[in-house]
Design a protein around this ligand. Structure first.
Ligand code: BGC
Length: 348
C-alpha cells in the first residue's frame, strides 16, 4: 500500500511539473500542405507530443498556398503563441510575419525546410538534407557497380521545388556522387538535362514530374532506348516518374530512387517498381522539435549539432540534423512496420 501511494505521489509530481512547465504556453505549428502524407504525419506527431507535454497547440496546414501560410503565421503571432514552428511552402515568403514575431519576442523554429532571407529564425530542425542525396547517389553507384562495370549506363534526373531550400541539397548530394561517372562517360544523360533548374519540379507535384518524364521518354526513349536509372529526389516525384514509365518500351525496369517512404511508394518498392527510398522518421523530428521548444521556454541552452551549414542569406541558423536512413524492399518491414510507423494493412 505504501508503495502504491508513493508511486501515485511520484506520478502526481510529474504531472504537476509538466503542467507548471507548459502552463499557458502556446505553440503554433504551420505545415505546408495535407496533400503529401509526410506533412500530415509531421503535424499529427508534433501536436500529439506537444499536447502530451502540456502545451496548447495551434496546428494549421496551408494547402500549398503561400498567402494562406503567411496569413496563418500572422494569426499565430497575433494569437500569442510563444513559439512558432514553420515548414515553409516557399522559404523566403514569410519575412513580414517573421519580423512581427521577432518584435514580439516569439521564437521561430524552421521545421524540415529552412526559412530564408530573415534574421528572425532562431533554430532549424531537419534531417541531413545533403546526406539524403548522397544515400540516393551511392545506392545507384553500388547497384550499377560504377567503379567496375564497363557501362555505359543511362540516367535521368528529377529534383524538387526550387522554392524549397532542401531541394538543392538533395540534388547536389546525389549529383556529387554521380558526377565523376557522367564526366567519364560511364553514365549518360540522353536528355542532356543535368542542371538543377532543368530537372526541378515546382511544388514537388506528382503530375508535374510525370509530365516532364513523359516528355523526356517521348523525345529520347521512344524506340526502346536503354534507360537504367531515374534519380528522383523524393517519393512524390518518383511516383510521377513511375507512372510515366508505364509507357517505357525499353528492356527491364530502371532503378528509381525516392525519399519519405510514403505509402504508395512503399507499395511500389514491395512490387519492385521503385528501388529505394530514404526514410526520415517524422516521429524523430517531431520529438527533437518538442525538446527544442521545452529548452527554449525553460530558458535552457538549446541543443544543436550544426552551426555552420545552413545560412539563410542573412544569418547562419543553429541547426539540429537528424540522420536519414536507407530503405528498400528488404528492410521496410523492420523500419516501417516493426517500429509502428505503418501497420501491415496500410501497405497491402
Ligand atoms: C522534404 C521532403 C519532401 C518534400 C516534398 C521537402 O522539403 O524534406 O521530405 O518529400 O519536401 O514535400
Amino acid at each position: 500500500m505504501k508503495r502504491i501511494l508513493s508511486v501515485l505521489l511520484c506520478l502526481l509530481m510529474v504531472c504537476v511539473s509538466i503542467s507548471a512547465l507548459a502552463e499557458g504556453e502556446k505553440v503554433g505549428v504551420s505545415m505546408p500542405t495535407k496533400d503529401l502524407q509526410r506533412w500530415v504525419q509531421d503535424g499529427e506527431n508534433m501536436e500529439k507530443e506537444l499536447k502530451a507535454a502540456g502545451f496548447e497547440v495551434e496546428l494549421q496546414y496551408a494547402s500549398n498556398d503561400v498567402p494562406t501560410q503567411l496569413n496563418q503565421v500572422e494569426t499565430m503571432v497575433d494569437n500569442g503563441c510563444n513559439v512558432i514552428v514553420i515548414s515553409a511552402i516557399e522559404g523566403s515568403s514569410l519575412g513580414t510575419a517573421l519580423a512581427k514575431a521577432k518584435e514580439k519576442g516569439i521564437k521561430i523554429i524552421a521545421y524540415d525546410r529552412l526559412l530564408m532571407d530573415s534574421d528572425a529564425v532562431d533554430f532549424y530542425a531537419t534531417f541531413d538534407n545533403y546526406m539524403v542525396g548522397t544515400v540516393q547517389g551511392n545506392y545507384v553507384k553500388e547497384k550499377l557497380d560504377l567503379d567496375n562495370a564497363a557501362g555505359p549506363f543511362y540516367i535521368e534526373f528529377t529534383a524538387g521545388d526550387p522554392g524549397d531550400n532542401n531541394a538543392g541539397y538533395f540534388f547536389n548530394g546525389a549529383f556529387d556522387v554521380l558526377k565523376p561517372y557522367i564526366e567519364s562517360g560511364k553514365l549518360v544523360v540522353r536528355s542532356g538535362q543535368t542542371a538543377f533548374e532543368q530537372v526541378a519540379t515546382p511544388t514537388w507535384k506528382t503530375d508535374v514530374a510525370q509530365k516532364r518524364a513523359d516528355d523526356i521518354l517521348t523525345a529520347y526513349y521512344a524506340n526502346g532506348e536503354q534507360l537504367d536509372v531515374w534519380l528522383c529526389s523524393n517519393d512524390s516525384t518518383a511516383l510521377g516518374v513511375t507512372n510515366a514509365l508505364d509507357n517505357y518500351t525499353g528492356e527491364g525496369w530502371p532503378i528509381i530512387t525516392g525519399q519519405d517512404c510514403d505509402i504508395a511508394n512503399t507499395k511500389n518498392m514491395i512490387a519492385g517498381k521503385q528501388s529505394m527510398s530514404v526514410f526520415k522518421d517524422t516521429r524523430t523530428l517531431a520529438a527533437r522539435v518538442v525538446t527544442m521548444i521545452k529548452q527554449i521556454l525553460a530558458g535552457e541552452e538549446v541543443e544543436v549539432n550544426d552551426t555552420e551549414t545552413y545560412n539563410n542569406n542573412v544569418i547562419t541558423v543553429p541547426s539540429y540534423l537528424c540522420e536519414p536512413v536507407f530503405a528498400d524492399a528488404n528492410n521496410y518491414k523492420e523500419l516501417l512496420i516493426d517500429s509502428g510507423y505503418y501497420t501491415e494493412d496500410q501497405l497491402q
